[in-house]
Design a protein around this ligand. Structure first.
Ligand code: NAP
Ligand code: HSE
Length: 434
């Protein structure tokens, strides 16, 4: 059978990884795919640099659209990033009847509904395993392995850069900026690393996971995103004292009245599996009503792990290319006409336990007043400790039982208004993930 010809948009960290994997494991990949996967052309900004890598047998251009429109190319592999040229090229390639493989979660989280609808109408595949959790086949697991289940929730460490930063800061005491620079050097970070640090990249991925898990449209604009900048190192220490670690988690959970969709620093018990996922590793927990809890763990970023997912998608496309479109696996796991528009819950309706920290005057009655405020808002305290600060003040840390976030915010406003409260009240969410 003649080779399947791909047009590679981007030959950076991931594109370079794909080039390496196809060269390194070409024979094995051909045995699996049933035909050879051949890079016919690449599009980059720096043509000379790319030419030095791929040699003369491959067309090198800086015109990505030319590849999207080239009738000799069967599959466009989009690894440029961004959501302007990448979107235009993908839509043009779909229009030409080409299949798409992409790692671009930022694009799919925002324009996924449009792209999947266009692909559906044209009968082509859009494969995006590398867009979530790097080398972990989490999309395949949810889309194909767990189809017997009504999925209840998905929670995970889905950004390698921030997990690397949190691990290095906690284990080696390194400063934030130094660890971020190292994550960039290792190829983990996005072109704009604020996407990683602010939790936006994780929210892009979580948005896709929520669609796959619950059969809802892609709705990044409804995701709540809090990143690392608001996190104080003293909270990492207090959390450790309480038996918790802080991880940047993406959590999406089905509730009777809607879907939670949120990314934020989260306290997790130090003996739970997620707490022990370190460095750029990712892990995703999925809770299904039939299977119970399952966990997926692996390298979440970097050239070769991400290329592993891209090439797996290429093999899938090569295998399924001849199948009738209606016999292929739906892009978002559910048949397109069976997607449902369940509302995304506002954060006030989200439920979790909470870690609260505030500095107060250290005098009789203060603790009782704080406890009264919490109980008045219907919030039950699980544990608390007090740490002296100077001779007249103290830091108070509460861990609450599960509560509605809106009620916690009401209580925090009341606390903040007390004359004996000397700091902003820090509020972090706690998840036991059981
Ligand atoms: P990267 O290293 O910055 O590479 C981007 C590539 O795209 C470069 O080859 C660049 O060309 C090319 N490019 C950019 N703009 C272009 C344009 N206008 N025209 C033609 N070529 C253009 O990025 P990356 O880390 O490989 O990430 C690529 C995608 O994979 C992104 O969507 C990212 O979110 C996603 N992703 C990355 C990882 C990871 O670990 N890095 C993991 C999962 C998913 P030059 O080489 O000439 O600059
Ligand atoms: N910047 C991303 C991360 C790359 O750190 O997880 C993988 O998607």
């Amino acid at each position: 059978m003649k080779p399947i010809r791909i047009g590679l948009l981007g030959l950076g960290v991931v594109g370079g990884g794909v080039w390496t994997v196809l060269a390194q494991n070409g024979d094995e990949i051909t045995r699996r795919a049933g035909r050879r996967v051949e890079v016919a052309a690449v599009a980059v900004r720096d043509v000379a640099k790319a030419r030095a890598l791929v040699g003369d047998a491959v067309t090198v251009t800086n015109d990505g659209m030319a590849l999207a429109l080239d009738p000799d190319i069967d599959i466009i592999v989009e690894l440029m990033g961004g959501d302007t040229l990448a979107r235009d090229c993908i839509l043009a390639a779909i229009d030409q009847g080409k299949h798409i493989v992409t790692a671009n979660k930022a694009l799919l989280a925002v324009h996924g509904n449009e792209i999947f609808a266009a692909a559906q109408a044209r009968g082509v595949m859009v494969a995006f395993e590398a867009a979530v959790a790097g080398g972990i086949p989490i999309i395949k697991a949810i889309r194909e392995g767990l189809t017997a289940n009504r999925i209840q929730w998905v929670a995970g460490i889905i950004n390698g850069t921030t997990n690397f930063i949190l691990s290095e800061m906690r284990q080696r005491g390194l400063p934030f900026a130094e660890v971020l620079a190292e994550a960039q050097r290792l190829g983990y970070a996005e072109a704009d690393p604020t996407f990683d640090i602010e939790g936006v990249d994780a929210a892009h991925k979580l948005t896709l996971l929520a669609s796959l898990a619950f059969g809802i449209p892609v709705q990044f604009d409804k995701a709540t995103t809090e990143g690392l900048p608001g996190l104080a190192s003293e909270d990492i220490l207090h959390a450790a004292r309480l038996g918790y670690r802080i991880k940047l988690l993406g959590i999406t959970r089905r509730r009777p009245d809607g879907i939670e969709l949120r990314v934020h620093p989260t306290l997790v018990p130090e003996d739970c599996l997620l707490a022990n996922v370190e460095g750029a590793m990712n892990a995703v927990l999925v809770r299904g009503d039939v299977v119970g809890l399952s966990m997926y763990y692996g390298q979440g970023a970097g050239a070769l792990p991400t290329a592993s997912a891209v090439v797996a998608d290429l093999v899938d496309v090569a295998r399924l290319q001849m199948a009738d479109p209606e016999h292929r696996v739906p892009h978002l796991a559910f048949q397109p006409d069976a997607m449902v528009d369940i509302p995304i819950l506002p954060m006030a309706e989200v439920r979790s336990s909470f870690y609260l920290r505030l500095r107060v005057d250290d005098r009789p009655g203060v603790l009782a007043d704080l406890a009264r405020i919490l109980s008045g808002a219907g919030i039950s305290v699980g544990s608390m400790f007090q740490q002296p600060h100077g001779d007249r003040q103290a830091d108070i840390i509460f861990l609450t039982h599960e509560a509605r976030e809106g009620d916690v915010d009401t209580a925090l406003q009341a606390m903040q208004a007390q004359p004996f409260v000397r700091s902003d009240v820090t509020r972090l969410r706690v998840e036991n993930l059981s």
